[in-house]
Design a protein around this ligand. Structure first.
Ligand code: AP5
Ligand code: MG
Length: 210
């Protein structure tokens, strides 16, 4: 299955993508995670992306389209994939079309801005494996370290309240119009993203019919 997860920053795309990808045995491709890894490794792309990501702005289309082209060409994508955080602009969605990718479903996880702010303030991530936790809603077993890697959890730089504000603005002005783009194609499904992680997984599995 070829699936896109749309949704505001902090809507739970990464959390649900990990669960659903595990269930379907397909990879999750998160452009945000790929860019953060490049940033950590100090690659040319990471250096280019740094100022955008830290300001809560979108990285230029040509950079992310390049990332996706390269990633989708890998053999593990042959039986499907979940795109988490791509596309985020209409030109990115058009680039996906022009690559001849036929999508099975586009799922938009719907969460109001007030709930987003609360989720972002409690998010903790593992800098080693990228696993995501929440201090209240999804804590690691000891509340300090990653369950898998046992390294101390960190706060994403772009989760600072002023950056979250600009990420939400960018989402509403630039990414949300993609809902209309995919609705016209008949592939869009909306999922109410307010509730427990398990509840949202249940709703997502239902609309995906998997
Ligand atoms: P990216 O990493 O994609 O960030 P984002 O879209 O802003 O989304 P997040 O990862 O912040 O949230 P999420 O929806 O995955 O939520 P999560 O599951 O973590 O992108 C970062 C940046 O990279 C962008 O700002 C941009 O600069 C750049 N970029 C990336 N892709 C790009 C593109 N295509 N074009 C241009 N630029 C691009 O959940 C959030 C928190 O809530 C966690 O703590 C989690 O544990 C908790 N939580 C999850 N579900 C629930 C629940 N049901 N109840 C309570 N808490 C929950
Ligand atoms: Mg994410």
């Amino acid at each position: 299955m070829k699936i896109i997860f749309l949704g505001a920053p902090g809507a739970g795309k990464g959390t649900q993508a990990e669960i659903i990808a595990g269930r379907l045995g397909i990879p999750t491709i998160s452009t945000g995670a790929i860019i953060r890894e490049a940033l950590k490794n100090g690659t040319e792309m990471g250096i280019k992306a740094k100022k955008f990501i830290e300001a809560g702005e979108l990285v230029p289309d040509d950079v992310v389209i390049g990332i996706i082209k390269e990633r989708l060409a890998k053999s593990d994508c042959q039986n499907g994939f979940i795109l988490d955080g791509f596309p985020r602009t209409v030109p990115q969605a058009e680039a996906l079309d022009s690559m001849g990718i036929e999508l099975d479903r586009v799922v938009s996880i719907e969460v109001p801005d007030e709930v987003i702010v609360e989720r972002m303030s409690g998010r903790r991530v593992c800098a080693k494996c990228g696993a995501t936790y929440h201090t209240v809603y999804n804590p690691s077993s000891d509340g300090v370290n990653c369950d898998k890697c046992k390294v101390e959890l960190t706060i994403r730089k772009d989760d600072a309240p002023e950056v979250v504000k600009s990420r939400l603005e960018v989402y509403h002005s630039t990414t949300e119009p993609l809902k209309e783009f995919y609705s016209k194609k008949g592939s869009l499904k909306l999922v109410d993203g307010v509730g427990s992680v398990d509840e949202i997984s249940y709703r997502t599995i239902k609309v995906l019919e998997v």
